[in-house]
Design a protein around this ligand. Structure first.
Ligand code: TXA
Ligand code: MG
Length: 326
């Protein structure tokens, strides 16, 4: 592997120093940016929850280095959890496991289970390798808002409430990790993501259960929401709905695959918020598009869901929540 620029190394070292001092360090992952704190430092965790604006009974994910020992963090780990970890770590997968006794219940929201993830972004890996311990990190946005996929997005939302923002470019995946609860007899997908249901099924040799209620804010009906109203429409409904809203004087933004937008039929005033050619592309650009909607003062975002196969399930999930069940 070729060495990365010195400036990144220097800031990773500073990030490690700040984590050790109980600071808050925003860092890139392959999914979205995380807001990190030492998972064993009670004061740092208290500050993390305060800055995030998240209720203290909502658990955060603990991020680990590839070198970490799972047994330090979890116990009674099921064979399917080992299988999933071996197949998808480092990568966009979070496993919910029975927490080891020493894991701070402040990081788990008081639960006896813990969400663990080994990210693959090179800067996250460097940070976690050098820090050595677990880094508790929710997405680096205020509670209920759109997750950031750039360092600038973190800065816009959290500003100076963070001690350092490590800039690792635009997140490749663009939506949060797949969460799989492995504490029951069967694996259960709590949140769809880039590791797809199809891939999990293949690796486990059986379909996982899907859905289920936990104290998981990412699973609240209204979440990932911009200020603009998000409305889900079908491809045939799009142009007529856009015209109706423009007639009412509303500013319209559109998120859909190019093939789902009949451009000549659309009102010229409608703003295309993302250029979407594939479902991976849709996930990658989704949060930037929702942020853009607010930046350009769109009143209503009209979204056409992609097919729900693969990462399309995650896109449909997040857009459904952004629409707040509407
Ligand atoms: O891709 C991601 O997962 C990003 C990056 C930064 O790693 N992180 C992320 O964190 O999305 P957050 O806090 O925004 O969402 C984590 C979700 C929450 O819905 C949380 O409740 C759930 O994971 N979670 C964490 N620990 C859990 C547990 N023990 N049981 C059930 N859900 C858990
Ligand atoms: Mg989040």
């Amino acid at each position: 592997m070729s060495p990365r620029p010195e400036i990144e190394r220097a800031s990773v070292a500073r990030g490690v120093e700040l984590l050790r001092e109980g600071g808050l360090v925003a860092f890139p992952t392959e999914t979205v940016y995380g807001l990190g704190a030492d998972a064993t430092n009670a004061d740092a965790l208290a500050r993390l929850y305060a800055v995030k604006g998240r209720p203290t009974d909502h658990p955060v994910i603990v991020h680990l280095s590839v070198q970490a020992s799972l047994d330090d963090w979890a116990q009674k780990i099921s064979p399917s959890a080992h299988t999933l970890a071996a197949a998808f770590w480092p990568g966009p997968l979070t496993l919910v496991l029975r927490a080891a006794a020493r894991v701070s219940r402040r990081a788990t929201g008081g639960l006896d289970t813990v969400g663990l993830r080994v990210p693959s972004h090179p800067m996250a890996r460097d940070l976690l390798d050098e820090f050595g311990g677990g880094v508790a990190a929710p997405s680096a946005n205020r509670f209920g808002r759109v997750s950031p996929t750039t360092a600038a997005g973190v800065h816009a939302d959290l500003g100076n409430d963070v001690d350092l923002i490590l800039d690792g470019g635009v997140c490749a995946v663009g939506v949060e990790s797949t969460i799989v609860d492995c504490t029951g007899t069967e694996a259960r997908v709590l949140r769809p993501g880039a590791v797809t249901i199809e891939e999990i099924t293949e690796v486990l040799g059986a379909s996982p259960l899907i859905g289920g209620s936990t104290r998981a804010p990412g699973t609240l009906a209204s979440h990932y929401a911009p200020t603009a109203t998000v409305e889900l429409v079908t491809r045939p409904e799009l142009a007529a709905r856009a015209h109706a809203l423009v007639t009412q004087g509303r500013k319209i933004g559109v998120i859909a695959r190019n093939t789902d937008i009949d451009l000549p039929a659309m009102p010229p005033a409608a703003v295309t918020l993302a250029t979407v050619t594939s479902v991976e592309n849709f996930a990658h650009g989704l949060y930037a598009a929702l942020r853009k909607a607010d930046q350009v003062g769109v009143d209503v975002v009209l979204a056409v869901l992609p097919p729900e196969a693969g990462i399309g399930a995650a896109v449909a999930d997040r857009l459904g929540r952004a629409a707040g069940g509407r």
